[in-house]
Design a protein around this ligand. Structure first.
Ligand code: PLP
Length: 395
């Protein structure tokens, strides 16, 4: 049996052809495939606008910048996430406030968020960054109601959940990143995520003003549009003139180079075509795991079979987690832990967080393990994983 990782990309001949075509074209970066990817992605998740960037972390950084976080303002997020969900606040000089997770869903606990805000002063908090952890969508409708009471923005970290959804109070499906309740949503195209572009990220929104701002921030804060220039045409020409010259552009804000390349967008586009079939397979795998483990007494909790779950990860909570992890490695099965609670990373401990602050997240961390979950995992491979897990506890 070859090595079985917890997650992996699925690159097909079609993907390779798409990338080679891009490489042979006139554009390596800032070409037509980027716009095409943005339009197709918007359609896929049901949002108005999307802006492709160099990675998911850049997407988070630009999202926070576009929403105008002021230094010292606070933003709430979950400790059970990849560090980037919190770090983007620090990039902008904001302070991260962690809210504990719900031990059943592993998502940010909305009641904890409410409690934090109930004790806040006006303008102390600027926003909330909920994470659709493992692929399960946060109830953004509930979170929006709370955010509105305190005048907060919401950035949905949907890096785990393209194609996922939750059911709102009207019994309607709300696709992750569709922009109905969150101001902005971010995605990643790192190889372990649903859609691989090598590196890559996307920010989606229904708000035109934010969309335009994001486009500007992605490219150094530079604009090229006669109707919005601040300097006058004579300055721009270097002589008396009523019109701007062809070369003119303006840097109006401090932006970054967070562009994605055209050949990465080609890969993203090609991968997007397979996203739905990948999702179907992920659900099948989840159902097989759930049924295999539901009556096992070493299982303390698991991702389960949840409508709208995109199953980026399949998490089980188990007894003797360390032993299982090490045993699986001897069997060439590479499980992973998602995540070490972010508030207990040394960087955030230095900012005042300590053990005991997030009891549910800390307790979850003691038992959680992500077992192999990716569309090309075969039934045979999955059965081998299940067999080895059972074997560890029964020997
Ligand atoms: C992967 C990931 C990111 C960051 O994406 P990169 O493309 O790796 O920068 C952010 N948040 C979550 C929840 C992620 O899983």
């Amino acid at each position: 049996m070859k090595a079985i990782p917890y997650g992996r990309q699925n690159i097909t001949e079609e993907d390779i052809v798409a990338v080679v075509e891009a490489l042979k074209s006139d554009y390596l970066t800032q070409g037509p495939r980027i716009t095409e990817f943005e339009i197709n992605f918007s359609k896929y998740i049901g949002a108005e606008y999307s802006v492709a960037v160099s990675n998911g972390t850049a997407a988070l950084h630009l999202a926070v910048l576009a929403l105008g976080l002021k230094p010292g303002q606070k933003v709430i997020t979950t400790p059970i996430t990849f560090a980037a969900s919190a770090n983007c606040v620090r990039y902008c000089g904001g302070e991260v406030v962690f809210a504990d997770i719900d031990p059943d869903t592993y998502l940010i606990d909305i009641e904890s968020v409410e409690k934090i805000l109930a004790n806040s002063t006006p303008n102390e908090f600027a926003g909330i960054i909920p994470v659709d952890f493992a692929g399960r969508s946060v109830d953004l409708e509930k979170l929006r109601n709370i955010a509105d009471q305190y005048n907060l923005w919401i950035i949905e970290d949907a890096c785990h959940s393209p194609g996922g959804y939750f059911i709102d109070s009207n019994r309607d499906r709300q696709l992750c990143g569709n922009g109905k309740y969150a101001d902005l949503a971010v995605f990643s195209f790192h190889p372990v995520k649903h859609i691989a572009a090598g590196e890559g990220g996307m920010i989606s929104t229904n708000k035109e003003d934010l969309y335009k701002k994001l486009l500007q921030l992605r490219t150094h804060g530079i604009v090229k549009n006669d109707s919005i220039y601040i300097n006058n045409p004579s300055f721009a020409c270097g002589e008396e003139s009523e019109d701007y010259p062809g070369w003119y552009m303006e840097m109006q804000e401090l932006g970054y180079n967070y562009r994605i390349t055209d050949f990465q967008a080609a890969l993203g586009n090609s991968q997007l075509k397979k996203a739905d079939t990948g999702l179907v397979r992920r659900k099948e795998i989840a159902e097989r795991y759930y049924n295999a483990f539901k009556n096992q007494d070493f299982i303390l909790g698991q991702s389960g079979v949840i409508e709208g779950h995109a199953y980026h990860l399949y998490v089980i909570e188990v007894k003797e987690r360390l032993g299982l992890y090490n045993y699986l490695r001897t069997q060439n099965i590479y499980a992973q832990i998602h995540y070490i609670p972010c508030h207990l990373m040394p960087y955030y401990r230095d900012r005042g967080w300590k053990e005991g602050d997030m009891p549910n997240a800390e307790n979850y961390y003691k038992n959680c393990i992500s077992i192999p979950m990716y569309p090309t995992l075969t039934n045979e491979e999955q059965d081998f994983v299940i067999e080895k897990i059972n074997q560890f506890y029964n020997s």
